[in-house]
Design a protein around this ligand. Sequence first.
Ligand code: IPM
Ligand code: MG
Length: 351
Amino acid sequence: MKIAVLPGDGIGPEVTQEAVRVIEALGLGIELKHAPVGGAAYKAYGHPLPPETLEIARASDGVLFGAVGDPDCDSLDRHLRPEQAILGLRKELVLFANLRPAKVFKGLEDHSALRPEVASAIDLLIVRELNGDVYFGEKGFRTTPNGEREGYDIMSYSESEVRRIAHVAFRAAQGRAGRLCSVDKANVLETSQLWRDVVIEVAKEYPDVALSHMYVDNAAMQLVRNPGQFDVVVTGNLFGDILSDQASMCVGSIGMLASASLGERQTDYGTFGLYEPIHGSAPDIAGQGLANPMATILSAAMLLRHSLGQDAAADRVEAAVAKALEDGVLGRDLGGNANTTEIGDAVLERL
Ligand code: IPM
Ligand code: MG
């Protein structure tokens, strides 16, 4: 079993290191290969996603990814910015299905931005499309006829792109409570109208799943009003980006949300994928031991489950995180004072 470890920028290396310690402690003989990515790779090799890094990722069974983003790189041409590394990996490795589960851990009910009784009902999965939408459409700057500067980004989805993510979402709903809510903006956007039409077509193959549709503005409201109503939410790249950050605060902290990005390629042990915390590189707190590594540790658990077929090990890691939280091991993001390595130690002890 081979894992590519891409720590990246800011707090990426710190949180990734804790997840690596957890993986090594399992004693499964997994081979770990580190590679540079993001601003760190740009500074060392002149590109945020060097070809060697992409090859190491491709040759692995799963990729553990930290975070990318570096204020030093904000004025670079867009194709050289750190964020292009993660977008490039998602696109090059055809990782089109992003699973972002959000569930309140026992002991965290009081840490949500929502009232505890509202927060404790949250157990949802956001299935975000990752290879299309306004993220990958034609973009640029131009001058309008009256001489004004104008920026543009084209939003589009093809029916095959919608169909493949819809299948992932329907199957996920079958494995959960059987409810799927498709989020779009079909009252305004043609991209969304096609999205909705295709989701309705695919639904015919899943008569056991209850499908509903919601406009994204309403979904943002419902996510704080009554998040317990959601089981699986499927949505496009941009809406999924926004709603998943929102969901993270509903369960307590962005330092808790893990994610899996999957495609169709099978490894010897499961489905090839990339696993990352949904938070960013947080340059303001980097290198100070202030970051919560739990989202990355939980991402490693998802890697063990989906890409390596190690379900029992994944369960053990998740249980160790849950136990640490129950025992009051909280990072600064949750109002506690445990630092990054202390949280890693606490999870290791309980493992
Ligand atoms: C995420 C991040 C990325 C995204 C950035 C870093 C490009 O916000 O994974 O949610 O927008 O997808
Ligand atoms: Mg995001």
